[in-house]
Design a protein around this ligand. Structure first.
Ligand code: SAH
Ligand code: SF4
Ligand code: F3S
Length: 453
């Protein structure tokens, strides 16, 4: 699905903005790979760019509003090169959802592309340049797992490895199945080959990607084969393996066993709860109960005692009562999350939940949200305190944003860790390596320590 007539883009500069989830981050690496191959040059500011590319998210309304604002205000930024008007391309999930309609609301969008045709971007840009006309192309679906696109990874030490795209779950609040299509698994041999290449390159961490990784393989092989992916990934020589996202209804005992069996599989799992009320979970079409969720947590802790759990929670799903919300607080207290992403419910046109009439005042929902955030922060702090005086292997990512004398990186449980850069070492020595750090300080948002041998 790549392009041969992309040559004439040679020398054009491009700037990318990426919103939303890891799917888009991975897609951004493919866009970069494609444009680099076409001879384009990446730049780090919009002002310098001949082509501005937005990979968008539409999971919540705020994301729509943010994109609209950014793209609309771009009209005021002069072109990077005189006489060469900037080309604005919008892809990702809003592109997929709206197609050419987007150009009615945002007339300065030159190109709209979707989630299934990233490989066509160079030729769409080409088309825009030669015709001078706005272009929009979205495809209904991709027949099979899109492969063979070049990619330029954002870092040398971490790689995303998509194992499937799409989602079949249709949670009633969620737009993702409509913009990413049905579950499409990537052949196991393909995944294994990529892992082998990454291991040989010396990549330190891989995140296996999918909206619902636990059902990997169901469409392709008639049964889930995620355990096999984990077994391969866990023993291919890459020191750190993570994966997102796991739907609690599909997390099997054999997956848990595979996680426990491989040291390279990090002791951390994202297990979206969404709500702690059985009534709301049913309305959300999540297909598990609170009891079932807690049972899964119990099994995980039995198998991997020190596992850190993270989650997603929605507050204010239509019809949620204070009692329902108390259920959510109760689960948060019981599980003790190491990290939690909290969202206020946002109505998405076209999803079943958008039809439900809700009269709960916004202030009530905001108040619930604030209470939840407070509880989550207490929980995260408590989990971080458990690391005090421990020595943790930290994958160094770069200079700390808080202090230029420190580096920052990630612990096995994905906590941010800061530590002073020791005399005699530079960031070049440290970035992308795993270093032992003894933890001296524990906060809600980070851990701090000292590098030890
Ligand atoms: N496949 C993943 C990610 C889905 S989107 C999963 O199933 O977990 C990421 C998160 O956004 C969801 O887990 C949910 O908590 C939140 N989300 C999705 N739709 C939403 C909506 N309409 N309003 C508020 N939050 C939403
Ligand atoms: Fe959305 Fe549910 Fe699919 Fe996650 S599992 S992407 S929340 S429909
Ligand atoms: Fe957003 Fe699309 Fe991901 S809607 S959460 S970027 S799949």
């Amino acid at each position: 699905m790549t392009d041969s007539n992309a040559r004439t883009l040679e020398g054009l500069t491009y700037f990318q903005r990426t919103f939303g989830c890891q799917m888009n981050e991975n897609d951004a690496e493919r866009v970069a790979g494609l444009l680099d191959m076409a001879g384009c040059l990446p730049v780090s500011t919009l002002e310098e760019a001949d082509i501005a590319i937005y990979l968008t998210c539409c999971v919540r309304e705020a994301a729509d509003i943010r994109l609209m604002g950014q793209v609309a205000s771009m009209k005021n930024i002069p072109p990077a090169h005189k006489g060469l008007p900037r080309i604005v391309a919008v892809g990702g999930c809003i592109g997929q959802r709206d197609g050419a309609r987007l150009q009615e609301t945002l007339p300065n969008v030159d190109i709209v592309f979707g989630t299934h045709n990233i490989g066509h971007l160079p030729s769409l840009i080409q088309q825009r340049i030669s015709s001078g006309m706005a272009v929009a192309e979205t495809l209904e679906s991709s027949e099979e797992f899109v492969k063979g696109l070049p990619e330029r990874r954002a870092t040398s030490w971490h790689a995303w490895v998509p194992i499937m795209t799409g989602c079949n779950n249709f949670c009633t609040y969620c737009i993702v199945p409509y913009v990413r299509g049905r579950e499409t698994s990537r052949p196991l041999e393909d995944i294994e080959n990529e892992l082998d290449h990454l291991a040989a390159e010396g990549v330190q961490e891989v995140t296996l990607l999918g909206q619902n990784v636990n059902s990997y393989g169901r469409d392709l092989y008639g049964r889930p084969r995620f355990k096999e992916v984990l077994d391969y990934a866990g023993s291919c020589g890459i020191p750190r393996i993570r994966f997102v996202t796991s739907h609690p209804k599909d997390l099997s005992t054999e997956t848990i066993a595979a996680m426990a069996a491989h040291e390279a599989i990090m002791p951390q799992l994202h297990l979206p709860l969404q709500s702690g009320s059985d009534r709301i979970l049913a309305e959300m079409h999540r297909v598990y109960t609170v009891e079932k969720y807690l049972e899964t947590v119990h099994m995980l802790r039995e198998a991997i005692p020190d596992i850190s759990l993270s989650t997603d929670i929605i507050v204010g799903f239509p019809g949620e009562t204070e009692e329902d919300f108390q259920g959510t607080l109760k689960v948060v207290r019981e599980v003790g999350y190491g990290q939690a992403f909290t969202f206020i419910y946002s109505k998405r046109e076209g999803t079943p939940a958008a039809e439900i009439v809700d009269t709960t005042p916004a202030e009530v929902i905001q108040d619930r949200f604030d209470r939840l955030v407070e509880l989550v922060q207490e929980s995260v702090h408590r989990e971080n305190e458990k690391e005090l005086n421990k020595t943790l292997p930290v994958l160094v990512e770069g200079v700390s944003k808080r202090d230029a004398h420190m580096f920052s990186g990630k612990s096995p449980k994905n906590q941010t860790v800061h530590a002073p850069i020791p005399a005699g070492l530079t960031m070049d020595d440290l970035v992308g390596t795993i270093q032992n750090v003894r933890i001296d300080v524990t906060k809600t948002w980070y851990l701090q320590g000292t590098l030890v041998e």
